[in-house]
Design a protein around this ligand. Structure first.
Ligand SMILES: Cc1cc2nc3c(=O)[nH]c(=O)nc-3n(C[C@H](O)[C@H](O)[C@H](O)COP(=O)(O)O)c2cc1C
Length: 171
């Protein structure tokens, strides 16, 4: 079973989560960074996982565009959806609902929230000021690796292809 993880990242955390997910799923997984200008051939994949991160309450615009312009193909695939963010008070369901089209959420095998990390070294001055002001954002890295593994398991268990080997469980 061929899987694509299509992600958007601003400061690198979502890419890190996508890499961990790729490792957990195991064989035949590709990763691609979503860019607004790039076109994708999605037909070759059985499963497509889409992820992005929340900045000022919104997922990257490129993720919206990717989902909207490929919705018909995505609806024919096994789908996973995930987001990264740092607001400990955030409502997971609301964030997912804002980030992805309703149709895709209903169709998804798994949707999840993987936590996040404020990568201060990669921030520009404005991003540093904005995150310093937002007292609600956690300061320590808080990526939920267990959740990523759980997400990989869910995709495996609910996916229909017999050839899918399943997630690697790291001991
Ligand atoms: C300028 C800025 C604004 C952010 N706004 C939010 C926010 O509104 N809600 C939230 O939960 N996290 C917010 N975050 C935290 C990011 O979602 C978190 O750091 C995430 O891991 C970033 O992923 P990325 O490195 O893939 O972009 C913000 C981070 C930055 C730098």
């Amino acid at each position: 079973m061929k899987t694509l993880i299509a992600y958007s990242t601003t400061l690198g955390c979502t890419e890190q989560c996508a890499s961990k997910l790729k490792e957990d799923i195991g064989e035949d997984v590709e990763m691609v960074r979503i860019s607004r200008r790039r076109r994708f051939n999605l037909q070759q994949y059985d499963t497509i996982i889409v992820g992005g991160s929340i900045h000022e309450g919104m997922i990257q615009r490129s993720v919206h565009k990717f989902c909207d312009s490929n919705l018909a193909v995505l609806m024919q695939k096994q789908i996973g959806l995930f987001i990264c963010c740092m607001d400990s008070d955030a409502n997971e369901q609301e964030l997912i609902a804002q980030a992805f089209p309703d149709q895709l959420i209903e169709h998804a095998l798994a949707s999840g929230f993987f936590g996040g990390e404020l990568n201060i070294k990669k921030m520009n001055l404005l991003q540093k000021i904005m995150t310093r002001k937002a007292a609600r954002l956690k300061k320590e890295p808080d990526i939920d690796f267990e959740r990523i593994l759980e997400f990989a398991r869910k995709i495996y268990e609910l996916g229909s292809d017999d050839n899918f080997e399943g997630p690697i469980v790291h001991m």
